[in-house]
Structure formats: structure tokens, C-alpha cells
Design a protein around this ligand. Structure first.
Ligand code: GDD
Ligand code: MN
Length: 363
């Protein structure tokens, strides 16, 4: 049995056009169709549910508060009953005439059968230059990682054997669009993968959801599965924020001594107060940026953010004390003023990442 998953986001106009064509092409193959919709504002889920009335072979999953092509496909496969799974765009861009061939390829031994734009006979159709270049670059980068190499690892049109999917599902990374790539990274090397040419068509209605966010997700994914195994991306981001934070700290120190205390030769007491003010300014800055960027996936909001900010301050307290102690001592020892501020800040930074990772933004 074939389980075909159609991920949808704002495809209300396309679904009613696509389904009859699928019915036609799939006659003779036992099948079910699973539409996984992320609560589309255009009501795709509603239209799909209406079409599913009285039909045994059409199912609708409406997900609330979640977005993402890959995770939608994974969820669809997890609900599927067939022994062969397939996925295609719900906008008419993938050539449904190819579905039986993909299905039969898996039935006769392929672990994965890919609808491919880059093998002989396939093409990307009428894409603009920019999209073609982006796709080629992404494909090149992606190929480094695949356990099994294919010409079109970024295709959104393929079929896979149930048992193979089940073998790797827990290893998948559900961010973004690149579900096939992720499968090709995770499957055993000896997996048989076949490619079947097709020409990428124009969308029937609506617009592509391949946003800048999806492209950034792709780059993050490449990082995650390579260098990220050793140096987590959050750590790199956290370090960048920390570096900016040191700069903010220096600027705040300057502003406090020069404009608030109005002294270009502060006493040790004045220096030490200015360092405290600068440290808190940097803490506010770091918390804000880490919360909206570094840990965007676990972003704290409203009351949670207030509690998080308090925790962040407590967690930073030891680092801040180190910062204060080091910079004030160096300054009292007649070290150059800004060097003392800088070295103190650096000493404080060292300590913070691990503590906040464990304490504030625990996953
Ligand atoms: N449930 C759900 N949630 N579905 C989504 C989401 C989402 O967040 N984002 C997109 N979709 C659905 C769309 O409604 C469509 O049916 C399908 O996933 C593909 O999205 P498109 O917006 O049509 O993507 P595209 O045509 O620009 O990109 C195609 O080519 C890429 C490679 O160049 C797709 O086939 C991609 O899968 C492929 O990687
Ligand atoms: Mn599409």
C-alpha cells in the first residue's frame, strides 16, 4: 500500500484541483493520502476535511502552533499505514504521473526513489536565475554530507520504504525543508537509491514558502551535522553576543565615567561604581540578544522572560563579581583604565555560557 503525504500551508485552491488528478493516476495502486496542514490561515485544512467526508482513503492532520515542511512530512509518515511512503508538493509542481514509477521502484527493492530534476531527462523548468543558482549551491553543499549520493538531494518529491524510514526516524532533524537530504544523511551507505527524471512545473496557485528563514535553517542544518557536532551553534552565537556585550560594556563604562560621573580620571571608587553600572548594562544587552537570537528556539516571553532575566542575573553574578574584582584590582594597580575594564569583562565572560546553558535556557 502507498501512503502519499501532502504537506500544505495555504494551498486551499490547489488541493481541490490536485486530488482528482491523484485519484486518476493512482487507480490500480492501493493507497491513502494524508494531508498535513499547519493550520493554514486560508483554511486549507477545512477544505481538505470537507473533501475527506465519506472517503476512507483521505486523512487530514491539522497541526496547531507549529510550522515546517520537514516536520509535517515526518508526522504524516508516522501516521501512515502503507509499506511505501511518498511525499510531493501540494501545488502541482511535482509531476504526479511519476508517482506509480516511484512506488514500483521502492516495491522492487529501492530504499528510496527520488523524483529528480537533475538527472538526464529532468529539469527545473521555468525557474529564475537566482533560484537556479541557489538550488545548485545548496545541492553541492548537501552532497558532501549524504551517505548515499544522488543528483538531486534537495528534491521534495520521493518515495521511501516504510522500514527504512522507521530505522532512521529518530535521527532526523525536523528543521526546515530538507527532509530528503536528511534521510540521505542518515540511511545506511548500502541503501539502494534510484532517481527518476521529471520537470518541475509552475505552481497552480499561490506562492512558494521557501523563505529566507528556510534558507538560513538550511545553513544552520549544514553546520549542525558537521562542525556543530563538536562546537554547538548556540555556543558560537552566544560567543558572538558575548563579544558584542564586551563592547557594550566598554561603551557603557565610558558613558558612565565621562557623562554621569563627569570625570576623565576616575578614583578607584568611581571606577568601581562605573564598572558595576557597565556590567549591568551589558547583562541587559546580552540577555535580550541571547533570548531573541541565540536561544530563539526556546525564546522566553512575558512573565517567563522576567523570571529568565532574573535567573540570568543570578547566573551572571559570579562572573560579574570576577569582572568587578579583576578590573578594580588592575585599575588600583595603575593598569591602563580601559585595559582594566576589558580584561575584567573577559574574565567574567568565560564563566557564563555553561552556567546559563544549564540554568536559564535548559532545553
Ligand atoms: N505543513 C506544512 N508546513 N507544509 C508546508 C510548510 C509548512 O510550514 N511550508 C511549505 N509547505 C508545503 C507547501 O504548501 C507545499 O505543498 C510544499 O510544502 C512545498 O512548499 P513550496 O512552498 O511549494 O516549496 P517550493 O516549491 O518553493 O520548493 C520545492 O523545491 C525545493 C527544492 O528546490 C519543494 O519541493 C521543496 O520540498 C524542495 O526542497
Ligand atoms: Mn512547490
Amino acid at each position: 500500500m502507498l501512503s502519499l503525504v501532502l504537506p500544505t500551508y495555504n494551498e486551499a485552491k490547489n488541493i481541490p484541483e490536485l486530488l482528482p488528478k491523484l485519484e486518476e493516476i493512482l487507480t490500480g495502486i492501493e493507497h491513502e493520502i494524508i494531508i498535513v496542514d499547519d493550520d493554514s490561515p486560508d483554511g486549507t485544512w477545512h477544505i481538505a476535511l470537507e473533501l475527506a467526508q465519506g472517503r476512507e482513503d483521505l486523512h487530514v492532520i491539522r497541526r496547531l502552533g507549529r510550522r515546517g515542511l520537514s516536520s509535517a512530512v515526518i508526522e504524516g509518515f508516522l501516521a501512515a499505514k502503507g509499506d511505501v511512503f511518498a511525499v510531493m508538493d501540494a501545488d502541482g509542481q511535482h509531476d504526479f504521473e511519476l508517482l506509480p514509477a516511484l512506488y514500483h521502484a521502492v516495491r522492487s527493492g529501492s530504499g528510496i526513489a527520488v523524483g529528480s530534476r537533475y538527472v538526464e531527462g529532468g529539469s527545473v523548468g521555468e525557474w529564475d536565475e537566482r533560484r537556479q543558482v541557489l538550488s545548485r549551491i545548496a545541492t553541492r553543499l548537501a552532497l558532501f554530507l549524504c551517505a548515499v549520493k544522488v543528483k538531486d538531494p534537495m528534491s521534495g518529491f520521493f518515495a521511501i520504504e516504510r522500514s527504512l524510514f522507521e530505522r532512521v526516524v529518530t535521527k532526523l532533524n525536523p528543521k526546515g525543508f530538507k527532509i530528503l537530504l536528511d534521510l540521505l544523511v542518515c540511511v545506511p551507505r548500502e541503501t539502494q537509491v534510484t532517481e527518476h527524471p521529471f520537470t518541475f512545473r509552475k505552481r497552480l496557485h499561490g506562492q512558494s514558502k521557501l523563505s529566507l528563514r528556510v534558507q538560513v535553517d538550511f545553513l544552520e542544518y549544514l553546520y549542525d551535522v558537521t562542525v556543530g557536532k563538536y562546537i554547538p551553534l548556540t555556543f558560537v552565537k552566544y560567543s558572538l553576543v558575548g563579544t558584542l556585550g564586551v563592547f557594550v560594556h566598554l561603551c557603557a563604562y565610558y558613558a558612565i565615567t565621562r557623562f554621569v560621573l563627569q570625570s576623565s580620571h576616575p578614583s578607584v571608587g568611581g571606577f568601581s561604581i562605573a564598572v558595576i553600572g557597565a556590567t549591568e548594562t551589558a547583562i541587559v544587552f546580552n540577555f535580550f540578544l541571547n533570548n531573541i537570537w541565540t536561544f530563539a528556539g526556546q525564546r522566553l516571553q512575558g512573565k517567563q522572560a522576567a523570571v529568565g532575566f532574573l535567573k540570568f542575573n543570578i547566573a551572571c553574578l559570579f562572573g560579574a563579581l570576577v569582572n568587578w574584582g579583576v578590573s578594580t584590582s588592575l585599575f588600583a594597580l595603575k593598569w591602563q583604565e580601559f585595559l582594566a575594564v576589558f580584561l575584567g569583562a573577559m574574565a567574567g565572560v568565560m564563566w557564563n555560557y555553561t552556567v546559563n546553558r544549564i540554568f536559564t535556557w535548559k532545553e
